[in-house]
Design a binder for this molecule. Sequence first.
Ligand SMILES: Nc1ncnc2c1ncn2[C@@H]1O[C@H](COP(=O)(O)OP(=O)(O)OP(=O)(O)O)[C@@H](O)[C@H]1O
Ligand SMILES: [Mg+2]
Length: 132
Amino acid sequence: MRSSTTALAAEADIVRARRDAKDLAASAGFGLLEQVQIATAVSELARNVIQYAGHGEIVVSQIRDGSRAGLEIVCRDRGPGIASLDRALAGGYSTSHGLGRGLAGARSLLDEFRVETAPGRGTTVWGRKWLA
Ligand SMILES: Nc1ncnc2c1ncn2[C@@H]1O[C@H](COP(=O)(O)OP(=O)(O)OP(=O)(O)O)[C@@H](O)[C@H]1O
Ligand SMILES: [Mg+2]
């Protein structure tokens, strides 16, 4: 069981987090499509941290639940929080002229997904994907 923690403060950290997530997914046994899905979810979450909170961290871990193996993503920041979480999760909502597809996309690529956010206190996104 391996894990990787990436401090997020600059564009290069997004690339590193994405690459580490893909490596961990491959070594956990995920096929190429799912490796790319996991890497994409990680880079969208990491990009949001840099864009909206400035800095934070993302932890990707190989996990096991009985006979099931999977990957867990925990992405945390202490930024401004997400004002309209329901709208942000529904997609198409952006405070930065983006497409508003990052969070909704990450959710659709993972099997489990949860966001905890509070104004002025920050945001934690938690997700899991299981090996079929
Ligand atoms: N970590 C975060 N801290 C604060 N606000 C956030 C965070 N992540 C997302 N948000 C808010 O939620 C909105 C939706 O995020 P989402 O990633 O879905 O779209 P986006 O970043 O606007 O565009 P893109 O499609 O390029 O990702 C953002 O515009 C922003 O207001
Ligand atoms: Mg985004």
